[in-house]
Design a protein. Structure first.
Length: 255
């Protein structure tokens, strides 16, 4: 992967990013417990067409730790500050999982700053579903590092290098920060914000993911979204099928 390290200052602390390429800016937002390296399999190919900038969300990766809990709207505000610091007036933005929820908030409240919006593998749960599943959520994030057996069901193939990166990123974020992000998701009224998004959203899911079952709810609220379900993919399509992932982005932006 050919990418440079960037650091920019925001009110949420210093934010780290990996950047490559030239052209229209494309900002990539990773999942909880991850980092910009979640996109290491696609950055080089995307950089053929875009100025790709993959951030480490506040409190994770090599960005500064957070001093207190913040919500999804705050993370969206951090993206806008991040863009301001880099002199980016408008960008394509893609986010996975919590990154997808941040995209929803950006589309609902900062649509003038967004070109194309890609919502990838975003959770959509009721308050009752969050409460029922919360013990599993805590069990997933309380242990910082995870075994091959724990990670393997979530991906097509787990290499030693991928497992090492997985556990490095989770260790950098830590239990408290990861669970704070899950609380941010639990507290977020995603349905209300989805209804405010203009008709420029792209939905991307894996067909084996834990979130694709809510696709109909997304389609019922969003205004004419473009939908892609990638075969034989779980919660990390950028890792499972990077070629297809890149092709979807390039197609949607050029359409």
């Amino acid at each position: 992967m050919l990418a440079e390290d960037l650091f920019v200052q925001t009110t949420y602390g210093r934010i780290h990013a990996l950047a490559a390429g030239s052209g229209e800016p494309l900002i990539l937002l990773h999942s909880n417990g991850g980092s910009a390296y979640e996109y290491e399999h696609v950055i080089e190919d995307l950089a053929r067409s875009f100025r790709v900038i993959a951030w480490d969300m506040p409190g994770q990766g090599d960005s500064d730790p957070l001093a207190h809990h913040i919500g999804v709207h705050d993370y969206a505000g951090a993206v806008i500050e991040f863009m301001d610091a880099l002199g980016i007036a408008k960008a394509h933005v893609l986010g996975a999982s919590i990154g997808g929820a941040i995209c929803v908030a950006l589309g609902a409240h900062h649509s003038a700053r967004i070109e194309q919006l890609f919502i990838v593998e975003c959770p959509y749960r009721s308050a009752q579903e969050w409460q029922k599943n919360w013990a599993n959520t805590e069990a997933n994030y309380a242990p910082v590092t995870q075994s091959l057996e724990r990670v393997a069901p979530r991906l097509r193939a787990v290499t030693p290098e991928l497992l090492t990166r997985w556990n490095i990123d989770r260790s950098k974020a830590g239990t408290k920060t990861c669970l704070s992000v899950m609380w941010a998701l639990r507290e977020y009224d995603i349905g209300a914000d989805l209804a405010k998004i203009p008709a420029n959203a792209v939905l991307v899911f894996g067909d084996r993911s834990p979130t694709v079952g809510k696709l109909d709810q997304f389609k019922a609220v969003l205004k004419a979204p473009s939908v892609h379900v990638i075969d034989n993919c779980g919660h990390f399509p950028m890792v499972d099928d990077p070629e297809r992932f890149v092709a979807i982005i390039e197609h949607e932006v050029s359409a």
